[in-house]
Ligand binder design. Structure first.
Ligand code: ADP
Length: 476
């Protein structure tokens, strides 16, 4: 049956549009064409920004009740179209269908959360230090928001930006990743059906990310830019956004440590390691990148992990029971191979896996005795490789875990409550999983410190990212 949400058009000012120049979207599992989309120009991007600016004039005046009702309808529409959305996501990203179905729920949990939280954008009354003045604050939407999103979560990385922006009364121009734009277009269709007015949510499809990104980051009509992707691109966008002092929020790269202490429940740690490492074939910004395992439990953990990894099923995401899909493209695969070769050259040993299967598929791999100065310890691998490092003391574990310019997620396992508090407080990261490998939750603040980002998504803080505080001073 045809998937009616797979629409080969961009979306500007309430219209699905086409263009003579198109680009291909390729299924990374089969290397077959998923479809073609308009390769829009900077001029088209400007048109979308102007449409968003125009729409903002009326959208900002709608009531919070009306906006949250529309966003709630969007939530219902996503639920009703869960299978269609998941299929599109698997076709364009390669992730196993079960994960795509999970991502629809996860992505939609932000829509539900903000449909509720939008009602609570409270201002304050403030005691005045002088007689005769009454002080208060109100919160208002920042205005036109530009959003640039990556391919690893084609829906969730969009909904956690778009849902709070909508309820805050902002309008949006979104540039989804050119690898996975169809999920975004499907979302626009559902948003239009849910009653999001023309011009409030616009999607620019383009292969030319840097030109479109520059326009979004420098156009004076755009008040805020929100981006999820690499630290390198985040740096470019921040510099460009400085020309008009835009507000920014960035979710950037990570280099997550996963520490296993000698007092940990090892089976629990192995389960958490599989969940934290192999979701989306290791292609998430919170994927575990460095496993630090205490000397005395090192062999036990390594052997149990290798055994669990040997059970993982790799294949086309549309096939039943597949747990690991392909890498997103050749570039992603090459990075994994480069990290592996470097680790081996510096003395690492392969416990399981270690080879490309075919096409963009790579075997789930466990490496032991990895040297601390390996590339895999310094950069995100974004692939299905577990790199195991050894440590002796708690101080050493903390020092190694924090020895990175990144600070997004960190995980550790220990059954000692005092140690848990000590480590949680000393780890330099925005999020810490304690005896758990999956931490994302719409009600919790997601975000990084150091070069992993600015701002938070999800939670009440994720709404504040789209609101300005206006201070009102009433005289007599
Ligand atoms: P990844 O390596 O995960 O693809 P990127 O940061 O390169 O991470 O890409 C994330 C998003 O940023 C994608 O939508 C991509 O098209 C876009 N992008 C890439 N380069 C630029 C750029 N110079 N300016 C703006 N956006 C960019």
């Amino acid at each position: 049956m045809k998937n009616t949400l797979l629409i080969e058009k961009a979306y500007i000012n309430g219209k699905f549009i086409t263009a003579t120049h198109k680009f291909d979207v390729i299924n990374p599992s089969t290397n077959k064409l998923v479809g073609q989309l308009p390769n829009l120009s900077v001029a088209d991007c400007r048109t979308a920004i102007q449409a968003a600016d125009h729409a903002w004039k009326s959208w900002r005046k709608t009531s919070i009740g009306d906006r949250t009702t529309i966003v709630r309808k969007l939530y219902e529409a996503i639920r009703a179209n869960k299978n269609e959305l998941a299929e599109i996501m698997t076709l364009e990203s390669g992730k196993p269908l079960n994960e795509s179905l999970g991502e629809v729920d996860y992505g939609n949990s932000f829509v539900e959360w903000f449909a509720e939280e939008g009602k609570r954008s409270y201002g304050e009354t403030i005691p005045s230090l002088k007689n005769g003045l009454r002080l208060s604050t109100i919160k208002q939407g920042v205005g036109v928001v530009a959003a640039i999103t990556p391919w690893n979560f084609p829906l969730a990385m969009i909904t956690r930006k778009v849902a709070p922006a909508l309820v805050a009364g902002c309008t949006i121009v979104l540039k989804p990743a050119s690898q996975t734009p169809f999920t975004a277009i499907a979302l626009a269709k559902l948003a239009a059906d849910a009653g999001v007015p023309d011009g409030v949510f616009n999607i620019i499809t383009s292969k030319d990310s840097s030109e479109i990104g520059k326009e979004l980051a420098t156009n004076p009509l755009v008040r805020k830019i929100t981006f999820t992707g690499s630290t390198k691109v985040g740096q470019i966008l921040m510099e460009q956004a400085s020309s008009t002092i835009k507000r920014v929020s960035f979710e950037l790269g990570g280099n997550a440590p996963f520490i296993v202490f000698d007092d940990a429940d090892i089976d629990n740690a192995v389960e958490g390691a599989i969940a934290g490492k192999f979701r989306n074939a290791g292609q998430t910004c919170v994927s575990v990148n460095r496993f630090y395992v205490q000397d005395t439990v090192y062999e036990t953990f390594a052997n149990k992990l290798a055994f669990a990894v040997s059970k993982l099923k790799v294949g086309d995401g549309l096939e039943k029971e597949v747990q690991i899909g392909p890498l997103i493209n050749r570039k992603g695969l090459d990075k994994v191979k480069e990290h592996l070769a470097d680790a081996l050259q510096k003395g690492a040993k392969i416990l399981i896996g270690g080879s490309q299967i075919e096409g963009n598929f790579f075997e789930p791999t466990v490496l032991s005795e990895v040297a601390h100065h390996s590339l895999i310890a310094e950069e995100e691998t974004f692939g299905p490789i577990c790199a195991l490092f050894r440590f002796k003391t708690e101080e050493e574990a903390i020092r190694l875990a924090n020895n990175t310019p990144f600070g997004l997620a960190a995980y550790f396992y220990s059954d000692n409550i005092h140690r848990c508090h000590r480590i949680a407080e000393q780890i330099e990261s925005g999020m810490v999983g304690i005896n758990v490998g999956l931490i994302s939750n719409a009600g919790a603040p997601f975000g990084g410190i150091k070069q992993s980002g600015i701002g938070r998504e999800g939670s009440k803080y994720g709404l504040d990212e789209y609101l300005e505080i206006k201070y009102l001073c009433f005289g007599n």
